[in-house]
Ligand binder design. Structure first.
Ligand code: AMP
Length: 215
């Protein structure tokens, strides 16, 4: 199964993608995570992406399309994958169509997670991840079961993203409405666009996504 989780920063795409990976064996493909890894390793691509990411702007289509093209050709994607944060422009959506076609694959659903802008800033301000395994947490909405210990791997080190500050979040939202929201009609026309209430609790959103994917 191939699914796109779609929505603004802070909508809960990563949280739900990680859950789908755990529960359904679909691989989470987060272009944001891949770009952050490239920045951390100081690769040529990372160097190109770094300034854009810090400014809350989109990285060039060529770079992210290249990353996804290489990644979906890998063996672990054969049983299906969840795209989290890609596509973010109409050009990326068109390129994805081409790649899927080349590989004889079909997009099952684009799940739009609908959220209020006001909630996004609070959600983003409170989020952090395990420094070792990248499991996502939140100061109030999703705490580890044991305070300060990652549920998944037991690590006690956590990190926050440098672009999760109020100014950069405002820019990321602006980019979402200018460049990413226009992708929605593209998928609506193809008849694959579905919606869930991203304002509901994590468990409720999970139920809604599962229902959409089972339909
Ligand atoms: P995310 O982790 O999805 O919030 O992405 C973090 C940052 O990585 C974004 O603000 C962009 O700078 C960059 N990025 C991630 N995915 C894409 C994409 N599909 N197209 C362009 N830039 C991206």
């Amino acid at each position: 199964m191939i699914v796109i989780l779609f929505g603004p920063p802070g909508a809960g795409k990563g949280t739900q993608a990680q859950r789908l990976e755990r529960e359904k064996g679909l691989v989470q493909l987060s272009t944001g995570d891949m770009l952050r890894a490239a920045v951390a390793h100081g690769t040529e691509m990372g160097l190109k992406a770094k300034a854009k990411m810090e400014a809350g702007e989109l990285v060039s289509d060529d770079i992210v399309i290249g990353i996804i093209r290489d990644r979906i050709a890998e063996d672990d994607c054969k049983n299906g994958f969840i795209l989290d944060g890609f596509p973010r422009t109409v050009a990326q959506a068109e390129a994805l169509d081409g790649m899927l076609k080349e590989q004889g694959l079909k997009l099952n659903a684009v799940v739009e997670m609908k959220v209020d802008d006001n909630a996004l800033v609070d959600r983003i301000a409170g989020r952090y991840t395990c420094a070792k395994c990248n499991a996502g947490y939140h100061d109030t909405n999703l705490k580890p079961k044991v305070d300060g210990v990652c549920d998944e791997c037991g690590s006690t080190e956590f990190k926050r993203r440098p672009d999760d500050n109020a100014e950069t979040v405002a820019k990321r939202l602006e980019e979402y409405y200018a460049q990413t929201a226009p992708v929605l009609p593209y998928y609506a026309e193809k008849g694959v666009l579905r919606q869930v209430d991203g304002m509901a609790s994590i468990d409720e959103v999970a139920k809604q996504i599962d229902a959409v994917l089972a339909a």
